[in-house]
Design a protein around this ligand. Sequence first.
Ligand code: ATP
Ligand code: MG
Length: 327
Amino acid sequence: KKRIFSGIQPSGELTLGSYMGAIKNWVALQEEYECVYCIVDMHAITVRQVPAELRRRSVAQLAQYIACGLDPEKNIMFIQSHVPQHAELSWVLGCYTQFGELSRMTQFKMKSKQHADNITAGLFTYPVLMAADILLYQADLVPVGEDQKQHVELCRDIAQRFNGVYSETFTLPEPFIPKLGARIMSLGDPSSKMSKSDPDGCVYLMDKPEEVMRKFKRAVTDSETAVKYDKDAKPGISNLLTIYCAATGKTLEQAEEEFAGQGYGIFKPAVGEAVVELLRPIREESQRLMDDKAYLESVYRAGAEKAGRIADRTLSKVYRKVGFVAR
Ligand code: ATP
Ligand code: MG
């Protein structure tokens, strides 16, 4: 069976962007692949976190993964900091990554603008830790949103370099990006991506129906009236159409036809309602799971144990190849 690895930072509540860009595919892939889905708390501390919040969100994120349809019996689900091999391999891979390569990463450039007062080495080496996450499990596919494509490509480059210096060690991973929903844009500013650290523009999976409706009714559009997909001229409406289609399973053509001749005043709440219906069962199931902390604990403990066994095999190989003495 081919293997999959992916993760999301508990740096904020899960959003519709992460759902449509990543989690939706995770659910689809769990039947055919051996999947490893992680809560990447070590990535989250590359920007400052409130400790109690980070702890709560890490467990809540697991509840939400399960509520989205990921089966803990079929997938390995765990918390990154519970498997120390991630940090260990990350150190080694950092010694096979160029300063210049990391300097070219778009996410680093963006985030170092957002957090100009706290540009840490961790923020800079984030893609190295991500490469370690993926390579530890010899993943074939990495289902992510468009924004992470560059990091997966860097991961391939690092893997290829390491394999070249020593011998075949790592599987070269491919990014797996959805056709629809790979880049959900902010509802407040359709020129930037929806991100969990931007509460104004994003819809959280746990938002109540009223909140979801309010956000969609206020979504920024344009001064025309036609519900038509045109990414450059009508980024707001195009984003709403994408969300509508990803939520309902309809095609863009079907959606355009459905709203032909109807104004934004009808279209925006209709998108809101589609999202409310998509999120309702997810929200309810997450809340139910959050009342069963013992169950969640058993899932992430078992997950870390299984993940650790796979990670150990890769790390031992790597340590031997680079010339470390066996312990
Ligand atoms: P942060 O602002 O802290 O970086 P984020 O919302 O970007 O948070 P991540 O944990 O960085 O969330 O990303 C989780 C996954 O969701 C990744 O696979 C990423 O590509 C995907 N993703 C994030 N935002 C979007 C989006 N707006 N559209 C589609 N996919 C997205
Ligand atoms: Mg991100």
